[in-house]
Design a protein around this ligand. Structure first.
Ligand code: FPP
Length: 244
């Protein structure tokens, strides 16, 4: 098993070519139920693990870590669970903000935050503002995010500009500039924990050429060694982007 500070791959040093990792943090509920605990306990442990994996990704020099924290479909969950998930950002930033600042981590968010309770919005916007000048890992929370929703918003914004006469040619670069991830490097690696092998409306456009790694490990148990293993898989795959 590779450890930080040691060469990650034989013959290479620690540097990974992976700049942007995206994770579907699945399995919190099942992980908690297996221990006869409430699903919310799983989400709390999952949020503690966000801290662990963000610190590990920062050490590994990954530029962006995008985490699927709340999807546009998660509103369908029982009200108590949704309420709990709304409160987690405050618990998380109260506990870890000083450490995130020390590590130079910069918080970002994609998704429609306006549907969240005012306090949740305030906490997130405050974290984004406080960390805006940090130059380490970008920790990007996908919150009330859905890939289809993002694409439809981009299409509407483009249609509006075309109507106004401020845009005429729409190519891939122009389209991408209307997405919520505009300005971030392409997603190199997408990891989904806890056994399911689906995309679940996550980063639909952005995953077009990403390497996909699915692991049976539940999100609360997903440790830095698991991240290193996924990066190894990434490094060993030959990316051809449709060429030969
Ligand atoms: C999916 O697991 C997980 C979620 C819907 C929520 C993920 C959120 C976190 C890990 C915390 C985010 C932290 C912050 C600071 C915003 P599931 O509950 O669907 O698992 P299951 O498939 O076992 O039921």
């Amino acid at each position: 098993m590779a450890h930080f500070g040691e060469p990650l791959f034989e013959g290479k040093n620690m540097e990974t070519t992976c700049r942007h990792v995206a994770i579907i943090m699945d399995g919190n509920g099942r992980w908690a139920k297996k221990q006869d605990k409430q699903r919310t306990f799983g989400h709390l442990s999952g949020s503690e693990n966000v801290r662990n994996i963000a610190l590990a990704a920062n050490k590994l020099n990954i530029k962006v870590l995008t985490l699927y924290a709340f999807s546009t479909e998660n509103w369908k969950r029982p009200m108590e669970e949704v309420d709990y998930l709304m409160k987690l950002p405050e618990v998380f930033f109260n506990r870890f903000m000083d450490e995130l600042m020390r590590e130079g981590i910069k918080i970002m968010a994609i998704g429609d935050l306006s549907k969240f309770p005012p306090n949740t919005q305030r906490v997130l916007l405050n974290a984004i503002d406080r960390t805006k000048n940090n130059s380490g890992l970008i920790l990007n929370f996908a919150m009330n995010y859905g890939g289809r929703d993002e694409i439809i918003r981009a299409v509407n914004a483009i249609a509006n500009e075309v109507r106004l006469g401020t845009l005429d040619i729409i190519d891939e670069t122009v389209f991408e500039s209307f997405l919520m991830t505009s300005g971030l490097p392409p997603v190199d690696l997408m990891i989904r924990t806890s056994g399911e092998q689906r995309i679940s409306n996550f980063l639909l456009w952005q995953l077009a050429y990403s390497e996909l790694v699915f692991t049976d490990v539940s999100w609360p148990d997903f440790k830095e060694d698991d991240l290193v293993q996924a990066l190894k898989v990434f490094e060993n795959r030959s990316r051809r982007f449709g060429g030969l």
